[in-house]
Structure formats: C-alpha cells, structure tokens
Design a protein around this ligand. Structure first.
Ligand SMILES: Nc1ncnc2c1ncn2[C@@H]1O[C@H](COP(=O)(O)OP(=O)(O)OP(=O)(O)O)[C@@H](O)[C@H]1O
Ligand SMILES: [Mg+2]
Length: 254
C-alpha cells in the first residue's frame, strides 16, 4: 500500500521489476513523488537503488508502470523522459573531463537550446548563484575538479535542463561532512524553488532530515515507507540505518 498521497502526483511507479539475467534486482517496487516534495529512497549497498533510478528514466529495461507528469510510459525512454522534464544525476557523474565547467553546464541545457529556449544564460546565472564555487572555477577543466566540485557540477548540469523532477543518486557519496552539508542545503533550496526531488542515499540520517517522505529499499523490495520524520523515529530504521551510537551522540549534543 502506498500512503504518500499528499500533493498532486508527479511521478508514480507501480510494480517495477528489473532482472539482470536470472537475478531479479528490483521486485515490484512502487513509489510516488508529489509535486514540490523531496522523497528519499534509502537502503544498503546492492539494495537496487541505482537500478531503480536507471529503470525509471529508461536506461534499463523493466516491467511495471512508470507514470511521469500525467503520462503513462509503457516503455520508458531516456530522451522522451528527459524532454518531458525528468532529470538524473547518475552515480557515476559522467562529466566531460576535457571540457570546462561552463561548457559542461551548457551541454546540460542542450535540449532547451535545440528547442530555441532563449533563457539559457539566465539559468546559467541562477546556477552560479546557487554554486558560487562553480562560477569561480568556470574555466577549469571538469577532470581537475575536486570530488565535491564534481558533484556540484553534476547537479548544476542537470539543473540546466530545468527539470520538473530531479533524481539524485547518492549526492553525498565520498564527500566530507562539510561538503555533504552544503549539498543537502542546496537540495532544500531547490525544493523551495519548486523542483521536486527523488533522492537516493546511503546517508540515511541526512536524507531523512531533508525529505518529506521516505522508502526503505532492501534486496530489491520496498521494505518500509512513511513520512520521513516518522521513519527517523522507527526503532527498526534506527537500528539498521541510523545506529544507536550516533543516536546517543546526538542526544549528548543536545
Ligand atoms: N549490470 C549488472 N549486471 C548484473 N548485476 C548487476 C548489474 N548492475 C547491478 N547489478 C546487481 O544488482 C544489485 C543492485 O545493484 P544497484 O547498483 O542497483 O544497488 P545500489 O542500491 O545502488 O547499491 P550502492 O548503494 O552500492 O550504489 C546488486 O546486487 C548488483 O550487483
Ligand atoms: Mg547505487
């Protein structure tokens, strides 16, 4: 049963299944993202989180239903979904290393450019104000950026397409706590600007803090779901994903 039924539905996934050969990596996964929401999917390594995002955007074959912005995608196709406003920051950031930061950003707006959208420079300016670091480094080659800067560039590039829904695959992966905090601050800012977000994370604590609604994915199945603040207080989630030690530390800190 899916109980995340607050605002208008932007993305609805029903009974999505993905198999790699004989091995089913995703089994009947169902989820919903409402307009203006941040929804998170947390779960351990190998749970199927990346598989889920890849299948939703049509990079992987799947069975089941994906309905985005009111239209049912019987066979999700990347170009179609991106054209209709779905964005993905993939786990492997896939930047163009030998191109500058600014050229990477401009490429992110390519589909809009092709449609004759004249506001690309405006969007670029918005992204630079969201990530001043990218403005400082706009002439630098993407390959020479630090991990945190690469992550900012990957998010910025996806934003150049003006997505209605941005899917982020582990934006805090490998980042130091300060940069992680910065990334989560930007995620909260984006929501305030009206971008809906589907956030996949192993950093359950930070994800549950920023999200409205959360799903726990374990071995390819949605094992739990609920409002993020409720899941954060659920003893099963605390034990498996938040850790008693860190809970204790948080109590000591307050
Ligand atoms: N191309 C592939 N061929 C075969 N098995 C795959 C393939 N891609 C992923 N898998 C397997 O499917 C399962 C789910 O992988 P997936 O990458 O979706 O997990 P994940 O939740 O994103 O993990 P992580 O947190 O480590 O990124 C894993 O057991 C993985 O080994
Ligand atoms: Mg992954």
């Amino acid at each position: 049963m899916n109980t995340n039924d607050q605002p208008n539905t932007l993305l609805e996934v029903k009974d999505l299944c993905v198999a790699y050969g004989q091995v089913e990596a995703l089994s009947n996964a169902s989820l919903r993202v409402g307009e203006g929401q941040i929804v998170t999917v947390i779960g351990p390594n190998g749970a199927g989180k990346t598989t889920l995002l890849s299948a939703i955007i049509g990079m992987l074959g799947s069975r089941g239903q994906v309905r985005f912005d009111g239209t049912l995608e019987t066979v999700p196709e990347v170009e179609v979904l991106v054209g209709r406003g779905l964005g993905l920051v993939p786990e492997k950031r896939e930047l163009f290393g030998s191109m500058s930061v600014e050229d990477n950003l401009r490429l992110g707006g390519f589909m809009r450019y092709r449609r004759g959208d004249a506001y690309l420079d405006g969007t670029l300016a918005e992204i630079y104000s969201l990530f001043p670091r990218l403005f400082e480094r706009r002439k630098q080659l993407a390959a020479t950026l630090s991990g945190g800067e690469r992550q900012m560039l990957a998010v910025g590039r996806a934003l150049m397409a003006k997505p209605k829904l941005l899917m982020l695959d582990e934006p805090s992966l490998g980042l130091a706590p300060l940069i992680t905090r910065e990334i989560f601050r930007i995620i909260a800012d984006l929501r305030r600007q009206g971008v809906s977000i589907l956030l996949v994370e192993q950093n359950a604590r930070a994800a549950l803090r920023v999200a409205d609604y959360a799903y726990v994915l374990e071995t390819g199945q949605i094992a739990m779901q609920g409002p993020a603040h409720e899941l954060a207080d659920d003893p099963r989630v605390i034990e498996a994903y938040l850790g008693l030690a860190s809970k204790h530390q948080e109590m000591l800190a307050t």
